[in-house]
Write a protein that binds this ligand. Structure first.
Ligand SMILES: Nc1nc2c(c(=O)[nH]1)N[C@H]1C(S)=C(S)[C@@H](COP(=O)(O)OP(=O)(O)OC[C@H]3O[C@@H](n4cnc5c(N)ncnc54)[C@H](O)[C@@H]3O)O[C@H]1N2
Ligand code: MOO
Length: 411
């Protein structure tokens, strides 16, 4: 009896719980925190904006100086961005640039387009005057703390740090940040037929797409990845690679920066040379079938005490396995990455799906409608590259009509 998708996801999460529990926190430069989870609640060390500043290029004024019909004011010394200006005298208007600090006493900005003349006087010009229309106090002034007050919670522990979050930390003046230490994954692709990209393709061989596909997916999910190169179909060779990186069953060897999880691709189904199955024969690893297509055959357990996950060899099966099991399990137990956004979309065309298998098709979602990219085959990497979503067809659904709603996970 195949295992359900939910049960296998749960099993992967359980496998990772112990690993994530023993990970420490780490202080890293902002850019190294991209995609990682914030370890602690982070409070703003300063207000944003830090001081009142102008939202427009124009004139900083005391609004009380300008009656309903407008007024002619003396032009004060200009205030460029970055300067700390002198206080604004009554009856004066100071040329001010976007982002520049408001002079003390000024409470509004009139944009240059509304001034007469509509250009700034030369900085050296003496006795210049400008005519300005009436303006409400506060107009085009960005008040200190209007975005966030000093001391307020800027980001909560567990927040996944993307570009916007890291941009906020930079705006708050932080050069580094404390993150949850990322999991280190040992990624091994297998197969006698598989060859490194960038080499000349021999007869009967194909290029290794799984390694790049999964390493990219893992890095994007905030994982550290250790690649070993391709392992051939000799179990002894795969065991040697594993032992080199992980150490032996007594915990000897494996280097001083151990990996937390091992992920392999290929060699888990029913062929005559299933290298991963054979190499794991002495280990507590279960090879099973999940009621899902693609990504049915799966391996799960431990190699010399290190959690082990064996994905099937087909490239689309690898990515679907990662998205359906490893990514959600990591979101659940490690807080990063964020779960995929889940939407509902209407089918552009009818489709059929095998009874008893949760099918994950690849599609393009636009304007609430999803169009399939390629067929169900798990070798279709070109179609995968066109898709922006995984289309989820539950195990008990065998037929859907055009316009029927399905769940889609945005990639
Ligand atoms: N008799 C059966 N045969 C198969 C079954 C089954 O239930 N009974 N399951 C099929 C399904 S579903 C899948 S998925 C695959 C899984 O096979 P393995 O995990 O053992 O993977 P391989 O046989 O090594 O490779 C499958 C396929 O993927 C290609 N491949 C492998 N590695 C890479 C790589 N790094 N980059 C690109 N492509 C790769 C490989 O050449 C094969 O075409 O088994 C089915 N068979
Ligand atoms: O499960 Mo396989 O992954 O369908 O191609």
């Amino acid at each position: 009896m195949p295992r359900s998708v939910a049960a296998h996801r749960q099993a992967v999460a359980e496998l990772l719980t112990a690993v994530t529990a023993r990970k420490a926190t780490l202080r890293v430069p902002l850019m190294d925190a991209l995609g990682k989870a914030l370890a602690v609640d982070l409070h703003a060390p300063l207000s944003l904006p830090p001081f009142a500043n102008s939202q427009m290029d124009g004139f900083a004024v005391r609004s009380a100086d300008i009656p309903d019909g407008g007024a002619k004011l003396c032009v004060a010394a200009p205030v460029p961005a970055g300067a700390a200006p002198a206080a604004l005298e009554a009856g004066h208007a100071a040329p001010i640039m976007t982002g520049a600090m408001m002079p003390e006493g000024a409470d509004a900005v009139v944009p240059i387009e509304k001034a007469t003349p509509g250009t700034f006087p030369d900085p050296g010009a003496l006795d210049a005057e400008v005519e300005l229309p009436v303006v409400e106090p506060g107009t085009y002034v960005r008040h200190p703390g209007s975005d966030i007050e000093k001391g307020a919670l800027a980001l909560a522990a567990g927040t996944v740090l993307g570009p916007s979050q890291l941009g906020l930390l930079a705006a708050l003046g932080l050069g580094d940040v404390e993150i949850r230490e990322p999991l280190r994954v040992l990624l091994i692709t297998t197969g006698d037929e598989v060859q490194e990209p960038g080499t000349e393709l021999a007869a009967g061989k194909i290029y290794d797409s799984n390694g790049t596909l999964l390493e990219a997916a893992m890095r994007q999910a905030g994982l550290e990845v250790v690649r070993t190169g391709i392992s051939d179909d000799q179990p002894a060779a795969l065991l040697a690679v594993l032992q080199h990186h992980v150490g032996d069953s007594d915990g000897n060897g494996g280097g001083d920066n151990p990996v937390d999880v091992i992920v392999t691709t290929g060699g888990v189904s029913k062929g005559a040379y299933e290298v991963v199955r054979l190499a794991m024969a002495e280990q507590p690893v279960e090879f099973l079938h999940v009621a899902m297509q693609p990504g049915g055959p799966q391996g799960l357990g431990a190699f010399n005490g290190i959690p082990f996950i064996g994905f099937p060899g087909n490239p689309v099966s690898c990515l679907v396995s990662f998205e359906m099991f490893l990514r959600p399990a990591l979101s659940h137990v490690a807080g990063a990455p964020s779960p995929r956004s889940v939407l509902r979309a209407r089918l552009a065309a009818p489709l059929t799906s095998p009874q008893g298998k949760h099918q994950v098709r690849r599609g393009t979602v636009a304007d609430g409608v999803v169009r399939m990219e390629g067929g169900a085959g798990s070798h279709l990497v070109h179609a995968l590259a066109r898709a922006n979503a995984l289309v989820q067809i539950p195990a008990d659904v065998t037929e859907l009509a055009e316009g029927d709603e399905v769940e889609v996970w945005m990639l």
